[in-house]
Design a binder for this molecule. Structure first.
Ligand SMILES: NC(=O)N[C@@H](CC(=O)O)C(=O)O
Ligand SMILES: [Zn+2]
Ligand SMILES: [Zn+2]
Length: 345
């Protein structure tokens, strides 16, 4: 039996939703993670400091008794976001990032930014005060192939923005391509990237070969194997610029398994077991703590967690649930496609 003790991990990109879904999925994250950057793509989105404070209260109220999980709030950037409201929310310690969704890029992104020029006053204020911008880095043009949308976003949107505003601190969320990994690796400062658990495990064949697997459908969509390998090498390298953002994004089974299924993989419950498996395969278990527990706090200028987590490799596969029951309906857990021998405590 192998075991590994690391600082308690955090999740730097998480969807908790609201209401019954929030109550259903929150225990799955708070069991293993001390903190999470909570995405603001509710309907309607979390746009103002007031919205974020109210959402934070709802999350805290939904926590299992005795949990000390801390939600790190974000605001959803719109073309009319008020720079003063954002700056005050950051100064108060209420928010830790502002999220840029190109309008229409992903689930609940209709209120996102169409014209980046309109968001410049907020972005300039964020650059001045050091508040990170998290970005869903895909273009939305109908004529750009879905598998190219991340690379095109880097060239046509992100790089021009970073040249215009080099002081802006940016997190490229859920990087899925070697283009993204290379772009982050070449940056000298202010740029980091989160990598999901599932993109370290699945490529587009897993999604499409032998029948379509709706539970592997997420955005950005899984890419070719060469991209998955680039993500693995970055995540397991220990490089400070890469850290865990599970992008655990629950949708009920009826909303996944229908004519127009939602994008999102729910991985909160077994993420640490999946990561231990991946890092062990890469012979880099020694870098799991950097990826899951150290690099994120360093980027966000927060202390690392005091507590620890012990990952233990069992002699036989650990049974993780197939679905999590929520008041809104069942949510299927990410199935890595191989037995998981690791458990977290
Ligand atoms: N990743 C996804 O496929 N879905 C996310 C949105 C997002 O992070 O893009 C969701 O909110 O469901
Ligand atoms: Zn996204
Ligand atoms: Zn997400």
């Amino acid at each position: 039996m192998t075991s590994l003790t690391i600082r308690r991990p955090d999740d730097w990109h998480l969807h908790l939703r609201d209401g019954d879904m929030l109550r259903g999925v929150l225990p799955e994250t708070s069991r293993d993670f001390a903190r999470a950057i909570v995405m603001p793509n509710l309907v309607p989105p979390v746009v103002t400091a007031k919205d974020a404070a109210a959402y934070k209260d709802r999350i805290l109220a939904a926590l299992p008794a005795g949990s000390d999980f801390q939600p790190l709030m974000t605001l959803y950037l719109t073309e009319t976001t008020d720079p003063a409201d954002v700056a005050a929310a950051y100064a108060d310690g209420l928010i830790h990032a502002v999220k840029l969704y190109p309008a229409g890029a992903t689930t609940n992104s209709a209120s996102g930014v169409k014209d980046i020029n309109k968001a410049m006053p907020v972005l300039e204020k964020m650059a001045e005060i050091g508040l990170p911008m998290c970005v869903h880095g895909e273009v939305t043009d109908a004529d750009v192939d879905i598998f190219d949308r991340e690379a095109v976003f880097i060239d046509t949107k992100l790089d021009p923005l970073r040249r215009r505003l080099p002081e802006l601190r940016v997190v490229m969320e859920h990087v899925t391509t070697s283009d993204g990994i290379d772009y982050i690796s070449e940056a000298e400062e202010n740029l980091a990237g989160t990598i999901t658990t599932h993109h370290l495990i699945i490529n587009r064949n897993h999604l499409l070969v032998g029948g379509i697997k709706p539970h592997y459908y997420c955005l950005p969509v899984a890419k070719r194997e060469e991209h998955r390998l680039a993500l693995r090498s970055a995540a397991t390298s220990g490089d400070e610029r890469f850290f865990l953002g599970t992008d655990s994004a629950p949708h009920t089974d009826p909303n996944k398994l229908c004519d127009c299924g939602c994008a999102g993989v729910f991985s909160a419950t077994n993420t640490m077991a999946c990561l231990a498996h991946v890092f062990e395969e890469e012979n880099r278990l020694d870098n799991l703590e950097a990826f899951a527990s150290l690099n994120g706090p360093a980027y966000y200028k927060l202390p690392v967690n005091e507590g620890t987590m012990t990952l233990t490799k069992q002699d036989s596969p650990v049974a993780y649930p197939k679905t999590i029951e929520t008041g809104e309906g069942p949510v299927t857990l990410f199935d890595p496609g191989f037995p998981l021998y690791w458990s977290a405590s």
